[in-house]
Ligand binder design. Structure first.
Ligand SMILES: Nc1nc2c(c(=O)[nH]1)N[C@H]1C(S)=C(S)[C@@H](COP(=O)(O)OP(=O)(O)OC[C@H]3O[C@@H](n4cnc5c(=O)[nH]c(N)nc54)[C@H](O)[C@@H]3O)O[C@H]1N2
Ligand SMILES: Nc1nc2c(c(=O)[nH]1)N[C@H]1C(S)=C(S)[C@@H](COP(=O)(O)OP(=O)(O)OC[C@H]3O[C@@H](n4cnc5c(=O)[nH]c(N)nc54)[C@H](O)[C@@H]3O)O[C@H]1N2
Ligand code: SF4
Ligand SMILES: [Mo]
Length: 597
């Protein structure tokens, strides 16, 4: 039996045991402190059913690996090639290709398609993003799931919230919302106002945590003044909520142990950092940091605290608005920018201008179709690696379980390029893995993130602890423009004739971003008047696509939903950077619907 971990970009980072004779029947490693029981169907069904790229290609012609590597080495000889890495596999060895880029004078990317705005918002208040261990979540009385879709994206956390009072804040009446004690079905992109308003009410009722604030939040009074600069009635109307909703929420927030499980949903906007900063500021008002059974969970920074042997000094370009057209050679590794980046029309146009587009991955997709060179990768069962997690503190070594003639691993690819280009200084794969492991903490034979704290922020904020929490103190939003609150008062009349809908684009259970099944439908609220199965043309100022209607009464009447991974969804989304965090803004857009004749 071989021990490894699931490589997919998922909160759970499940530890896995593989019987080399049955690699299609993986099981969760027994005795894991967190996650036992079943693995999800993405890993045990979708992955096995998705055909892999088996043969390398150059200019559409199937070639030997030798020939493809020779063509790649040649293409890397240009001035400053670009490496664009996605998150198809979260093992640390994916990053070994940085060493190659450093040697050939290449360019890397910075920023994030995923959690950039949220991370930036957390850093504003806390200085550093420490993950909230699931063990603390298990001790809470009240769990507020705020823009995270636990049963779909983070299913192994479900047992940890069982038996607790459950509050869900989500514009969609998700399956979790249907089970919740309280569901706040707010308007998209309004979480920051909700957080500020709640902090204000808590202070008006004098239920803020004075003892905590005295020690860690000396600027609280200024924050309270800031929350008072918004008009209550206008805000409530804007969010689509009532004073009763506020009362119900306050009742839960004022209980002893409260955790917020915040997800990607709240921050896929230009102002996404404000959402996390405001939610953190609300948590600080209640003194939720550093207390047992309390805290705010978001995607944790798993590499924090490591001395990364693959960190290099190379120029970078933004990953969200990558200027592909400026590079003669682009190596895409473990990603599908032609479909996963926002603003597909612009992205594809830029990718088409690249002379040597090299795709290094497992499956055919929109990017492999455009590539001049296609290099099949080895899958996670065929290589050595180490898996960190953004959802929990455990680190899992990944061991080779299967020998296969298909593809090449990222380490072997790098070693081949070093050899062919006459470069020096690459150490052995085992040495790098040892270096990562040696930095982990070890408890009862298990590896933990070096930076892990059982009770994060108990000793204060900032990278070294000891610093104060910094409250949100300003705000600026031009998307909704300055008429924001006047418009809000007119919302009721506007609702009769909605012509533009908020686009929600959350994850779904049959795909992992653009890997595996790719649905082709749009979820519509019944009020749109479309019928199930009807063809709908969906357009935004960035592009248009046609999808099949699925009537979904879990939606607000001002929202439509197209899951991430849906073919073409990102033709609708804006190729812009968030105000902070160099992140993507998939939901900073409204769409129109027309009948497709
Ligand atoms: N509309 C919309 N778009 C989104 C999002 C959204 O919510 N809505 N979410 C965004 C988010 S959060 C993320 S993280 C990004 C993800 O976007 P990307 O990082 O581009 O990920 P994928 O599109 O899933 O593509 C992953 C590819 O990696 C390859 N791969 C898998 N394993 C390996 C391996 O071991 N080695 C190599 N070399 N390749 C491998 C597979 O061939 C697969 O096609 O998408 C973003 N795009
Ligand atoms: N099955 C599956 N699991 C995955 C992935 C996958 O593709 N498939 N992708 C992985 C990746 S890369 C990531 S980053 C994580 C992300 O995991 P999650 O954080 O759960 O992210 P999402 O599914 O994007 O959004 C979660 C929820 O936010 C809600 N939402 C949308 N807009 C708003 C808003 O304005 N306010 C509020 N309060 N809620 C809003 C959506 O309705 C949805 O229910 O999941 C990972 N896990
Ligand atoms: S739940 Fe997530 S980590 Fe676990 S097997 Fe499924 S995709 Fe992998
Ligand atoms: Mo992500």
């Amino acid at each position: 039996m071989i021990k490894t971990a699931c490589p997919l970009d998922c909160w759970d980072a499940c530890a896995i045991t593989c019987d080399p004779a049955r690699p299609d029947k993986l099981v969760a490693t027994p005795g894991h402190p967190l996650y036992n029981g079943a693995l999800c169907s993405l890993l045990n069904k979708q992955m096995h059913e998705t055909p892999r790229i088996e043969t390398p290609r150059v200019e559409g012609r199937e070639v030997s690996m030798e020939e493809a590597l020779a063509a790649t080495a040649e293409a890397l000889k240009v001035a400053s090639p670009l490496l664009w890495r996605g998150s198809g596999n979260l093992g640390v060895m994916q990053e070994v290709t940085n060493l190659l880029m450093e040697k050939v004078g290449g360019t890397l990317t910075h920023g994030s398609l995923c959690d950039g705005p949220g991370q930036a918002g957390i850093r504003e208040g806390r200085g550093v993003n420490r993950l909230l261990p699931p063990e603390q979540i298990a001790k809470a009385d009240v769990v507020v799931v705020w823009g995270r879709n636990l049963p779909v994206t983070n299913a192994h956390l479900m047992p940890f919230i069982e038996g607790k009072t459950l509050v869900v804040i989500d514009p969609v009446r998700t399956t979790l919302a249907q089970k919740a004690d309280l569901h706040i079905q707010l308007k998209p992109r309004s979480d920051l106002y909700l957080a500020l308003l709640l902090a204000r009410f808590i202070t008006m009722e004098n239920t803020q945590n004075d003892a905590w604030l005295e020690e860690w939040g000396p600027e609280f009074d200024e924050f309270y003044d800031f929350t008072r600069s918004f008009r209550i009635k206008a805000l409530l109307e804007y969010m689509g909520l009532s004073l009763d909703d506020m009362g119900d929420l306050l009742l839960q927030l004022q209980r002893e142990r409260v955790v917020f499980l915040v997800g990607g949903g709240v921050q896929k906007y230009a102002i996404g950092h404000y959402a996390l900063w405001a939610i953190d500021s609300l948590a600080a008002t209640l003194g939720l940091f550093g207390r047992e059974g309390c805290g705010v969970s978001f995607l944790g920074e798993s590499r924090q605290g490591f001395r990364n042997p693959f960190a290099v000094d190379a120029p970078t370009v933004p990953v969200v608005t990558t200027p592909f057209e400026r590079f003669e050679t682009v190596l895409v590794q473990g990603g599908n920018p032609a479909a996963s980046m926002p603003g597909s029309a612009v992205v594809i146009e830029k990718l088409q201008k690249v002379k040597n587009l090299i795709y290094f991955g497992l499956y055919e997709n929109e990017t492999s179709e455009l590539a001049r060179i296609v290099l099949p990768a080895k899958n996670f069962l065929e290589k050595e690696d180490l898996r960190l997690s953004y959802g929990h503190q455990y680190v899992t070594p990944m061991h080779r379980a299967v020998e296969s003639g298909i593809g090449i691993s990222e380490y072997d690819f790098t070693a081949e390029m070093f050899r062919r280009l006459g470069l020096e200084g690459l150490r052995s794969e085992a040495e790098y893995l040892r270096e990562w492991k040696a930095q982990c903490r070890e408890e009862e034979g298990r590896l933990l993130l070096p930076d892990y704290e059982e009770l994060p922020y108990a000793e204060g904020f900032g990278p070294e602890g000891g610093e104060e929490f910094l409250f949100m103190d300003d705000f600026d939003d031009d998307f909704e423009d300055t008429r924001r609150f006047r418009k809000a008062r007119k919302l009721k009349d506007r609702e009769e004739t909605i012509s533009e809908y908020w686009l929600l684009t959350p994850k779904q259970n049959k795909s992992l971003n653009t890997q595996f099944s790719r649905p082709e439908r749009i979820h519509l609220p019944p009020e749109t008047g479309f019928e199930e199965g009807e063809k709908v043309r969906v357009s935004s100022e960035y592009g248009a696509i046609s999808l099949t209607a699925h009537i979904d009464n879990r939606l607000r009447r001002d929202c439509v939903l197209i899951p991430a991974g849906t073919k073409g969804v990102n033709f609708l989304t804006p190729p812009i950077l968030s105000e902070e965090g160099e992140g993507a803004c998939y939901q900073e857009v409204k769409v129109r619907l027309t009948r497709n004749e």
